[in-house]
Every structure is written in C-alpha cells, then in structure tokens.
Write a protein that binds this ligand. Structure first.
Ligand code: DAT
Ligand code: MG
Length: 139
C-alpha cells in the first residue's frame, strides 16, 4: 500500500458538541498520523471554493450555512491507504446509512449535519490539503 495524504474536517456540529477529542482519538487509534491541524471559521467564499463541485446543487445553501455556522477543525492525515481508511472510519454520507461504530453514525445527526469530511480521491485530497495548508504547516 502507498503512503497517502488526505484532508479531514471536524465539522461545526461535532466541534460545538465537544466530540473533537473522540474523533481525534479515533484517527490516532486507526494508525493514521495527523501531520497538520488547525481550528478555523469558514467564510462563505472559502466554503464555495472548497465545495466547488457542489455549488450548483440544490443542497448547497444548506451546506454553506452549516459549514460557516461555527468553528471547524481542519486536518491533514497521512498513512497507508489514508484516503480510503479515513472514508471508512467516517462511514456513509448519511449517518442513517453509516455502519455502526463509524464516526458519522456516532456523531452525525442528518445527511447535512454529518460531523466529518474526508477527501474522496487522490485528486480531491491534493486539492483540499493545499486549499487549507501551506507545505510548511505539514510536519
Ligand atoms: P461526502 O461528504 O460523503 O463526500 P458529498 O461530497 O456527496 O458527500 O457531499 C458533501 C456534503 O454535502 C455532505 O457531507 C453533506 C452535504 N450533502 C450531500 N448531499 C446532501 C443532501 N442531499 N442534502 C443535504 N446535504 C447534503
Ligand atoms: Mg465529498
């Protein structure tokens, strides 16, 4: 397996509910390394750039309102098969369909308010990591 980097967000619902510690613990328990981490408050403009593939969709206004409602924790994760490993830890987009034990099942409350984000491909991971982190912030 190849060492990959992926991008993760602890979304505003999970930060506000003080689930950040449990989510970070789950990442460390999985063997993935957190090589970049910061807390931020997304603006509508930053959100549009990040979710460019979703801007034209019907749910985008709800997504932007949610992602800008409070602080988030942004992370770059590194490890074997990191993109799939982090997607598997999170579970399905809709918490109702997510596997028992997954983070979205445990901490998400609806398809819109689903606790975490993870890149879905090497291309999106490269874009998303560089959208939020300078290379000097990854160690
Ligand atoms: P994922 O975050 O699992 O990659 P996605 O890229 O399809 O899912 O969508 C990005 C986010 O947008 C998702 O985490 C939650 C929100 N979203 C997706 N589909 C939605 C819908 N039908 N209604 C409300 N929010 C939705
Ligand atoms: Mg996605």
């Amino acid at each position: 397996m190849a060492i990959e980097r992926t991008f993760a967000i602890i979304k505003p619902d999970a930060v506000a509910s003080r689930f950040s510690g449990q989510i970070i613990q789950a990442i460390e328990d999985s063997g993935l390394q957190i090589i970049g981490l910061k807390r931020a408050r997304l603006t509508p403009g930053i959100c549009k750039g990040f979710y460019h593939e979703h801007v034209s969709k019907g749910f985008y206004a709800e997504l932007e309102a949610f992602m800008t409602e409070g602080p988030v924790i942004l992370m770059c994760l590194s490890g074997d098969d990191a993109i799939k490993k982090w997607r598997d830890l999170m579970g399905a987009t809709n918490p109702a369909n997510a596997q028992n034990g997954s983070l979205r099942k445990k901490f998400g409350t609806s398809i819109g308010r689903n606790a975490t984000h993870g890149s879905d491909s090497p291309t999106s991971a490269a874009f998303e990591v560089s959208y939020f982190f300078d290379s000097s912030e990854l160690n």
